[in-house]
Each structure stands twice: as C-alpha cells, then as structure tokens.
Design a protein around this ligand. Structure first.
Ligand code: C2E
Ligand code: MG
Ligand code: MG
Ligand code: MG
Length: 286
C-alpha cells in the first residue's frame, strides 16, 4: 500500500487489510458449509443454585471446530453469522441440539434440569420465532418451562413494541426469558417494567471487580436487590473466585455461573458432573 501526506492524500488498501477481507470471505464460505460438515458442537456450562449448591441449569454455548484453523470462538463467528443470515439455520440447530440433549438428561433422572440458549437479534426478530420453537419443543419432547432464552438489551432497544409482542408470545408459551450481560447495554430502568422477562444475568464485568472496585460491588448489590423486589431470578456470570461466591451468597443472589465451578464442557463431561452430583461448597454465613 501507499500513503502520501500533504495537499492530496492517496489511500490504498494495505496488504494487511486485503488479507483481512480475504480471511473474512474464506471464513464466511467455510461457515456456510460448517453445519453440513458437522463442525459445530454445543458445550454446556452449569448454573448453580446458591441456596443448595446444586446444578439447576446449563447454558448452551456453541463451539466451531474448524478443520484447519482449529477451535474458533463464537465471539468471532457469531457476529459473522448474524451479518450473513447464517445465524438462522445455525441458531435453529443449537436450539434443537440443546433441547434434545436436555430432554435426554431429564429422562436419565435429572428431571428438573433447565437449559438456557442464546438468541441473536435476527433470530429474535424472525416472524415465526414462536412457531419454530414450539415445533422444536414438540419434536424433542422438552416441556417449555425448562427452556430459557437469553437475549441482550440491544435486542429490546431496536423496536420496543415488536419486542414486547414477541416476549408476551413466548411467555404465553411458558418459555422463560433472561437478559444476558445485564448492565452493559443501553436499556433504561423503565425496560424492567415494560418487558416481561424472568431472569437477569449480571455481566461478568461487574462480578470480576466485586472485590477491588466499590462501584462494581454496589452495582451488583443494587441489581440483586432490584431483582428481588421485582420477583426476577438473578444470576451472576463469570464467577471465578470463592470470595465472589461469598459476596453473592451474603446478598442472596439466586444462581452463579463461571469458571470457579466449571468451564463450558462437552455433553459427555457435563453428564459426568450430573451423575457425580457435583456441588458448589456454599459458605456458611454468620
Ligand atoms: P454469553 O452468552 O454472555 O456467554 C458467556 C461467555 O462467558 C461464554 O463465552 C463463556 O464461556 C464465558 N464464561 C463463562 N464463565 C466464565 C468465567 O468465569 N470467566 C470468563 N472469563 N468467561 C466465562 P463463549 O462460549 O466464548 O461465548 C461468547 C458469546 O458468544 C456468548 O456470550 C454469546 O453471546 C455468544 N454465543 C455463544 N453461543 C451462542 C449461540 O449458540 N447462539 C448465539 N446467538 N450466540 C452464542
Ligand atoms: Mg448467554
Ligand atoms: Mg453473558
Ligand atoms: Mg457475554
């Protein structure tokens, strides 16, 4: 590439930028084929109830094992899938897989296990979302109250009245809705009264700094208290330290999820944890 400073400026694409767009294209076409080539997997991360220390739910998190590039993070390919529309078939595959797996675990004896599935903007805004979910529930046999859909605040801010309609429809079907990464988006507190959802997930950026930053501590405390007053379930995301659990117990947070207890794992490993009855040691508060 070349650049000239002065009266006239010429700008060429640098070879780096070209490489990036080539990479992007290559990634897009391999993303297009990844479903048929069965390169995706769903991992599961336990959600633990703080009253008992038991695993009460799992969050389904997609993984892409690329034949040449290895494991690619969803943070990289989900935005690309969203842009290209490929999120529709991919998202449907995740939903089916996660519902079928959870039903199998319920049948094996973990009868009240719940599953949370992330929904992108485009999926949430699809015209036949309700019908498509009902079909998946019917086909897999999972009862609606065991499915929780995670959406972010940005999904709600785009078209409020459409979002309220969709949420009401899902609620009527008996499906739970949770707000992911709560506290990082642009939604206002009035959203808490406008939108029918059942769960708030406190973003990791607050939890991570609970013990070093008084503001994060106080914001976390306030979100928990507010959730209790509004009859919402509250989950802390990204819990990595025992002191964080201590604090969250003290303030009666409902559930925790994070590396401290378990990373997202393949279904076989999650199943082992269930059979072992793995529990989180709950601190005794005096
Ligand atoms: P998310 O829904 O907020 O998921 C939580 C992310 O935090 C996951 O990253 C999880 O592995 C990670 N995490 C969990 N506990 C800890 C912890 O203690 N410490 C740290 N540092 N990280 C922790 P992951 O699996 O890479 O997913 C990233 C994001 O990609 C998700 O954020 C979600 O927005 C999106 N995503 C993943 N799977 C799907 C999917 O099936 N559909 C859609 N639409 N989005 C998905
Ligand atoms: Mg999530
Ligand atoms: Mg999150
Ligand atoms: Mg997140």
């Amino acid at each position: 590439g070349a650049k000239k400073q002065g009266g006239n400026t010429y700008q060429f694409y640098t070879s780096d930028m070209q490489a990036d767009s080539v990479d992007q294209l290559a990634l897009e076409s391999s993303l297009r084929r990844a479903l048929e080539r069965e390169e995706f997997q769903v991992y599961y991360q336990p959600q633990v109830e703080l009253k008992t220390g038991n695993i009460v739910g799992v969050e389904a998190l997609i993984r892409w094992q690329h034949p040449e590039l290895g494991l690619i993070s969803p943070a990289t390919f989900i935005p690309l899938a969203e842009e290209t529309g490929l999120i529709m078939p991919i998202g449907e595959w995740v939903l089916k897989t996660a519902c079928a797996q959870t039903k199998a675990w319920q049948t094996a004896g973990f009868s009240s296990l719940r599953v949370a599935v992330n929904l992108s903007c485009r999926q949430f805004n699809q015209a036949n979302l309700g019908e498509s979910i009902v079909e998946i529930l019917n086909n897999t046999g999972l009862a609606p109250q065991f499915l929780e859909l995670e959406i972010t605040e940005s999904v709600l801010t785009q078209n409020e009245s459409a979002a309220i309609k969709t949420l009401n429809k899902l609620k009527l079907l008996g499906i739970e809705i949770s707000i992911d990464d709560f506290g990082t988006g642009y939604s206002s507190l009035s959203y808490l009264k406008k939108f029918p959802f059942s769960t708030l997930k406190i973003d990791r950026s607050f939890i991570r700094n609970i013990n070093t930053d008084a503001r994060c501590k106080n914001i976390t405390m306030a979100i928990i208290q507010m959730s209790q007053k509004l009859n919402l379930k509250v989950i802390a995301e990204g819990v990595e330290a025992a002191e964080e659990v201590f604090f969250l117990c003290q303030h009666n947070c409902d559930e925790v999820q994070g590396y401290l207890f378990c990373r997202p794992v393949p279904p076989e490993e999650l199943e082992k944890l269930l059979w072992k009855g793995k529990r989180l040691p709950i601190p005794i508060l005096i």
